[in-house]
Design a protein around this ligand. Sequence first.
Ligand code: ADP
Ligand code: ZN
Ligand code: ZN
Length: 732
Amino acid sequence: MNVVQVALDIPLNRLFDYLGDGITQDDIGTRVLVPFGNRRLVGIVIAVNTETNFAIERLKSVLHIYRDIPPLSAESLNLLQFCSDYYCHPFGEVIMNALPTRMRRTLPIPVKKYSRFCITQAGLQVNLSSLPSRAIVKRRVLQTLQENNALDQGEVTTLSPTALKTMREFVVHGWASELESTGVFTPPKTSVTTSSRPLLNEDQQLAVTAISEPALQTFQVILLNGITGSGKTEVYLHAIENIIHHGRQALVLVPEINLTPQLESVFRARFSDICLVSLHSGLNETERLQNWLLAQKGEAKIILGTRLAIFTPLPALKIIIVDEEHDSSFKQQEGLRYSARDVAVIRAKQNNIPIVLGSATPSLESFYNAKTGRYQLLTLSTRASMNAVLPEIRCIDTRRQKLQEGISDPLIQAIRNRLARKEQSLIFLNRRGYSPAIYCPECAWHSACNRCSSTLVLHLAERKLRCHHCGHEEKTPLACPTCGNPDLKPLGQGTQRVETALAAQFPDARVLRIDRDSTRRKHAWKEMLQQVRDEEVDILVGTQMLAKGHDFPKLTLVGALNVDSALYSADFRASERLFAQLIQVAGRAGRAAIPGEVLIQTQFPDHPLFEGLRKHDYTAFAHTLLTEREQAGFPPFMFQALLRAEAPQLETALNFLAQAAHLAADLPHPVTVYDPVPAPMARLAGKERAHLLVQSQSRGAMQSFLKLWNEAIPKVAKGKVRWSLDVDPLEF
Ligand code: ADP
Ligand code: ZN
Ligand code: ZN
């Protein structure tokens, strides 16, 4: 009798032994149904042995083995095991959460087989009128295929009783390709656009060459740093083209698929005869399962997805592309707190294939890796399209301005000009990195921690300034410590009233607010984008959602408000994010023939961030940031992990963290353990949250430490404390 080790969705980092009659080594990676307490759970077979550490007569038997779909490959299991180890998260939970929900259920998956036909380039080029007029069926089938790109078997048979036979003849002719498919996959009904491919410019050509043979044969990380509008997408398309016609697969990760429907249609238009699937949270369970299965079988050649797509099994994976690699939505903020970008790099390494990380403003981690030679840096430094020039970026010094509801006169004037010229304006509100710090309007002093150089956060009720990084506390000063000015001010006021203020200022203008709330409804976002393109909107107001990848030809002015709180934030990454966002949002202005203008309201126009922005110089600013980070001992020069805790009482959470800090001090590894601190938003959903930061110069040391610590912590986690480890945290 074989003993089967099963991974289950249980918060314990171990496997569970069961008796498995007829289950062999070949079943590793297969789903099984097992009894667990008084429940029945679906798990995955990880190992099959002949012995067990438990009394064999007490083991229960596997209830069912699902042979409906192929098992998870060793490659997939390795990647998931890596994530479990690296992020200190139970293996069973990691595996089960990587699967489509439908596969975690106890019902087997019904599998149907049918054929699916895609048009080929040759088929597209056939002129219908060149076919003999009596070949009615032939004409009808080809025309329908040309109009739809792809048809499934059922659709073909409805055309004529002999249509399927005709279609198979097309396959022999090379006009169509036939795929055997699973499930009820309906091909996208996009009309065929033989998308014209632009001639690559010199930068693009260099980049494409670097991602062609022989580079495709080995693991390599390519950082593609291209300014907005430089044509990074065209480079991705060529890189994929190089591999796709040999039956290989490409995985393309994007931050949020709802924000980049354009990318999907660009890909579909270019690869009309290739099976492309998307994987993101907007799909229903069945769609997600079907797309996942097409990918696992190697039928889908291009997989376009958000962070969860990184775990899709891909037997013929040959290249990974991560677009907007700096985007923080690649990091999952709950459960397994993984970074899909980092996992993608590991996956490329395990598979010995190249990976392209693209961005106008790479994360400092990636930039540093390129600088130290671990990644290969490729740069696209000009806008691809001839008539698109970069917008002019200027600061409005708000110390010299009277603001009306947070908006300065020059900005109002600039909007008025646009209205007169029937052009569009976008008012961008920065919301990220908000934490009330104080500053002096006279001499620009701001509250910084002298223990760790992070910004101190104002806690009004206690009249204290607190460092959310190291735990240091001090009394709020009554006057500026540098110049004595008694009138210290908080950084970053609320901005909710901007929309109303604009509407009052410009009663005839059509103002549209775009943010998470206004776009919650299913097609709202698409409709709003269309409204903007149809010029039914004069002034757009919005947050970072607006910044990403959309072309609005009539948009010529961007105004940015409320940016200062991010310059001196308790979150040391706030200025990196602000720079990225302002570059993105500036990239929206002047995409077509009309040059754009960007106006940023700030109290600190001399800050190096704005200098970098004015010159459109990411690299210069990145170097400044790197120097700061090195001096302060922050990532990428340090590796961090955060022990997060929440409890009904703040004290409970802090006590637990203090005990965990004690445990850490006794462990034999060179990591710095800071004091427990309340989280910046300490109270959330009725729970008090706090955390404890540990830091090390060595990733290896950090990893060995975390392994031991993670095993020890449960001993001190008593009562109502919930805790989790966040390795390489992005938010505090
Ligand atoms: P990015 O992603 O780098 O911001 P895009 O890939 O969106 O830039 O490209 C910007 C625009 O330039 C697109 O409209 C694209 O079709 C166009 N484009 C890309 N490459 C070229 C080229 N070589 N010649 C002309 N236009 C190009
Ligand atoms: Zn500090
Ligand atoms: Zn001062």
